[in-house]
Design a protein around this ligand. Structure first.
Ligand code: PMT
Length: 395
């Protein structure tokens, strides 16, 4: 791949030692690296280490007349193809989320038009703090920003939990893989996971969807350069980096949240969610007691999110999924026609090891002018190939 110009920002955290290895990996792969350190970073690692590894002077100060004579801070911001801040401390995330420009690194982040990847690193309690999470939510909604990590595990302070910086090798792989730009500038809304339809305060109707297919689609759309909102039913998998997740419970919530996300601007709407077609006509206030031998639940039809979005006057490009066990092509094409979709992705969920709650899948995509089969392979691989197809088909 062509060499990239990487601006590496280092902020104050013990994980700064991993960034030395990141510089070494980037240089070895032929990329140009310039390092900017905050005052906090200098308490953990020395500029000399990074100067020796990058072969370039390390910048630490915004108002440095000598540096401004050479590559000034605005030139440095324009020079970068990609800005990576690793480690990104809680303090730096807060300043970036609020647009502060009170040191060299935050100023560069304000001045650059390059994508900015953040590798958070901090104590688990600081990561979980609601003010940090509010800042993360703001940053995740910014199309220029990608959040890489953090990882879970044991921490330097002895705690265990989320907040570890990703390893240098993992960061390196993301830098060289990003961004491919197939869906650059596109706004994508994806539904994923199951819905839960409450029967009483402790019971609900649902299905086996794990969200893996939808989350893989969201990660692939993000990797293709899109701004992604993921409207997700209850699942246990982590949010993909750089994707805004809007959690929902019921089919009615899903319609409301997806409609709101589409109102914010949407070029492509992808419905991977397994939405409950029916819900109990009312939810009992108290736990239902088993006083009778038989019990009958009255169900009413749920609204159809995908069909509702597709029927809008200025509908985005709409893609449905169809989980079938028989006559897959017939039922999938019928859904595409009835719901007025641009494309449908059919999966035969009767095949063991594929479909619901599995890491793998096999799909056939149908659209008015053609069809294409993908897999069996990982849901990640399928999602990436679907993005290739969508990039070709999108107007
Ligand atoms: O989550 P995983 O464990 O990874 O599993 C992935 C999957 C099998 C759930 C996924 O690949 C899949 O096939 N999703 C569609 C599930 C389905 O049964 O769809 P459907 O045939 O009921 O609906 C057709 C389309 O309309 C779907 O895009 C669905 O999201 C949408 N729909 C359906 C009903 C409804 N009320 N609202 C909707 O938006």
């Amino acid at each position: 791949m062509a060499p990239k110009r990487i601006l590496l920002g280092i902020t104050g955290g013990i994980a700064a030692y991993k960034s030395a290895e990141l510089v070494r990996l980037l240089k070895k792969a032929g990329h140009e690296v310039r390092v900017v350190m905050t005052r906090g970073a200098e308490a953990f690692v020395t500029p000399l280490t990074f100067q020796a590894l990058s072969g370039e002077p390390v910048r630490t100060s915004l108002l440095d007349p000598e540096a401004e004579q050479g590559m000034g801070h605005i030139e440095l911001a324009k020079w970068a193809d990609h800005v990576i801040v690793a480690p990104a401390s809680a303090d730096f995330l807060a300043r970036l989320a609020n647009g502060l420009a009170d040191d060299l690194l935050s100023t560069l982040c304000c001045a650059t038009e390059a994508p900015i990847a953040l590798a958070p690193a901090m104590n688990q309690a600081m990561w979980n703090n609601r003010r940090t999470q509010r800042n993360i939510e703001l940053l995740a909604g910014d199309p220029q920003i990608q959040l890489w990590g953090p990882d879970q595990g044991s921490q330097a302070c002895g705690d265990t939990g989320p907040g570890r910086m990703l390893e240098a090798q993992a960061l390196f792989e993301r830098i060289v893989a990003e961004p491919d730009g197939r869906l650059a500038g596109k706004r994508v809304v994806i539904t994923a996971g199951p819905t839960r339809e409450p029967i009483d305060p402790v019971r609900y109707i649902s299905n086996h969807s794990s969200g893996k297919m939808g989350y893989a689609m969201a990660a692939a759309a993000r990797a293709a350069g899109a701004k992604v909102i993921l409207v997700s039913g209850p699942v246990t998998i982590p949010a993909p980096a750089g994707v805004v997740v809007r959690p929902v419970i019921t089919a009615e919530d899903m319609l409301a949240e997806a409609s709101r996300a589409v109102d914010e601007g949407c070029d492509l709407f992808i419905a991977t969610a397994a939405v409950a077609d029916y819900r109990p006509d009312c939810c009992a206030d108290d736990k239902i007691k088993k006083t009778q031998e038989d019990m009958t639940l009255a169900l009413v039809r749920n609204p159809d999110t995908l069909a509702t979005i597709a029927a809008r006057p200025n509908a985005p490009f709409t893609v449905g999924f169809a989980a079938e066990t028989t006559d897959v092509e017939h039922y999938a094409r019928d859904k595409m026609q009835r719901k007025q979709l641009n494309m449908i992705v059919a999966n035969d969920v009767s095949v063991p090891g594929l479909g619901f709650n599995s890491d793998r899948n096999a799909v056939t995509v149908f659209w008015p002018g053609g069809q294409q089969s993908i897999g069996p392979e990982s849901k990640t691989g399928i999602a990436s190939q679907l993005m290739d197809l969508l990039a070709e088909q999108l107007p």
